[in-house]
Design a protein around this ligand. Structure first.
Ligand SMILES: Cc1cc2nc3c(=O)[nH]c(=O)nc-3n(C[C@H](O)[C@H](O)[C@H](O)COP(=O)(O)OP(=O)(O)OC[C@H]3O[C@@H](n4cnc5c(N)ncnc54)[C@H](O)[C@@H]3O)c2cc1C
Length: 442
């Protein structure tokens, strides 16, 4: 019997499994994850478990190929949009109340942000954090009913690509015919280790670093009315630097700390339930810096410099205090009284972030100094292994498929779409396997 092993029950892995079972795959599908199923997964476990980081995320499904990482580069534009549709359809299908999934689709850049910012406009489907938990349970039940095997609380420690073996700790191993590797951001160190061990050729990457900005929502309402998840951007081509506001949360907006490599960095999410309303807005101010040698090591060092006693840092020129998480605890952070720490960590690049904030103060006149920043926010772009574009398989190991954030995604829709794309390729390509029942549409 053909064995498909999926490492990581994240957005990519779950969409891949769904595509396979929806199309009558008769082989064995095993999904291994170091987290928990959606019934037992605690709210504090932001990155691990069923639907991975996507399961406890803000549930914003972006619907444009220039957002959320690489997809159309492999699939072409038209196919990419079709894959997005499939992912969004899955989120609606397992939603307890699908009519509540709504799409915002802003059309025009407003004049008042010019000339300081550009505004990237694209549709976003809003699922909502609270519903994601219910979606997770329905989705999980469906896959279990289709005989997908889940192995929880189990960290994959090694993969032998030559002998097609996945190691679970020291003693256990599982053999696969096809492997889907979707470990997301929480598995980035593991992906890196494998890339080094097998000397996988990779594509060059940029640094993505910045801060999580937070302020009362009223200051931004004018723009939120036009674009809920607004993406302001600035470009400095000659310096190889561009900045963008990233993952904007409103109404019931919370800052979340992320633990990666033992360091703390920040992100944000929003709750849909009115009970959580705090009338705050938060977003990342993320700077992309190209042409940095060893971008991963550079980012790691910068993040380390922004740690104090095991947590990141918070600065507010008007002495705002850090806010509380949705669980009612203060966001874990160390308050500093100057932005100089940012300069110590990333050098003169910090000037771009300060300028971005000053431009925000100009464009949103009531904002003044009524803001705070959590430092750092970072996107560790994993070294992107070179893959075959038609099935995202490693050029040297054609039955090993990289998907989601472990490949080149940075969001839910792109990750899910990459998983779906691989499943489609398996259904199409592996016709020689009797276990792959090929669906009519292929
Ligand atoms: C707080 C937060 C909010 C976000 N909000 C949004 C949003 O609103 N919209 C959006 O598009 N994106 C958002 N994202 C990003 C999005 O969640 C990810 O891009 C997406 O989940 C990536 O999917 P994936 O399948 O690649 O990985 P993940 O969904 O992260 O899943 C990876 C899985 O692999 C497992 N794993 C890792 N290593 C191992 C191992 N060695 N052994 C076994 N299991 C392993 C993990 O436990 C995890 O469950 C958010 C992320 C965070 C952290």
């Amino acid at each position: 019997m053909t064995k498909v092993v999926i490492v990581g029950a994240g957005v990519a892995g779950v969409n891949a499994a769904t595509k396979l079972v929806d199309n009558g795959f008769k082989g064995k599908i095993t999904i291994i994850d170091m987290g928990l199923d959606p019934y037992r997964r605690p709210a504090a476990d932001v990155m691990r478990g069923f639907l991975g980081a996507g399961g406890w995320s803000d549930g914003k499904l972006t619907y444009h190929t220039s957002i959320g990482g690489q997809l159309s580069k492999y699939t072409g534009e038209e196919k990419a949009m079709e894959l997005f549709d499939q992912v969004i359809a899955n989120f609606k299908r397992f939603h307890p109340n699908p009519s509540e999934v709504q799409c915002s689709d802003p059309q025009e850049e407003p004049d008042f942000i010019k000339p300081h910012f550009g505004l990237r406009l694209f549709p976003v489907w809003h699922v909502g954090t609270d519903y994601l938990h219910e979606i997770g349970k329905n989705w999980y039940d469906y896959l279990v009913s289709k005989d997908v095997e889940f192995i929880w609380e189990t960290k994959v420690t090694d993969i032998d690509f030559d002998n097609q073996l996945v190691s679970l700790g020291v003693v256990d191993e599982i053999k696969y015919d096809e492997l889907i590797f979707g470990v997301g951001k929480s598995g980035i160190d593991f992906g890196k280790k494998l890339a080094e061990e097998y000397e996988l050729p990779t594509e060059p990457k940029s640094v993505q670093i910045g801060v999580r900005f937070e302020a009362p929502q009223e200051h931004f309402q004018k723009l939120i009315d036009i674009s809920y998840d607004f993406k302001l951007y600035q470009k400095f081509e000659e310096k190889g630097v561009s900045l963008r506001s990233f993952c904007t949360n409103n109404n019931a907006a919370y800052v979340a700390s992320e633990h990666t490599y033992g360091d703390v960095s920040y992100n944000g999410h929003a709750k849909k339930d009115e009970a959580y309303r705090n009338d705050m807005t938060n977003f990342g101010i993320l700077m992309e810096i190209r042409n940095i040698d060893k971008p991963f090591d550079w980012s790691r060092k910068a993040v380390e410099k922004l740690q104090h006693k095991g947590v990141g840092m918070f600065y507010s020129p008007s002495h705002r205090v850090p806010s509380k998480t949705s669980e009612g605890d203060y966001v874990e952070t160390h308050v500093v009284n100057s932005i100089d720490v940012l300069y110590d960590a990333i050098g003169e690049y910090a000037l771009h972030i300060e300028d971005f904030i000053m431009d925000l103060e100009k464009v949103f006149p009531t904002l003044g100094k009524d803001w705070g920043i959590y430092m750092p926010e970072v996107k560790y772009l994993s070294p992107e292994p070179l893959v075959n574009y038609d099935d995202l398989s490693l050029t040297r190991f054609p039955n090993v498929h990289f998907v989601g954030d472990a490949l080149s995604a940075r969001g839910i829709t792109v990750s899910g779409a990459q998983g779906t794309y691989v499943a489609e390729a398996l259904l199409k390509i592996k016709q020689e396997y009797p276990d792959f029942h090929v669906h009519e549409s292929f």
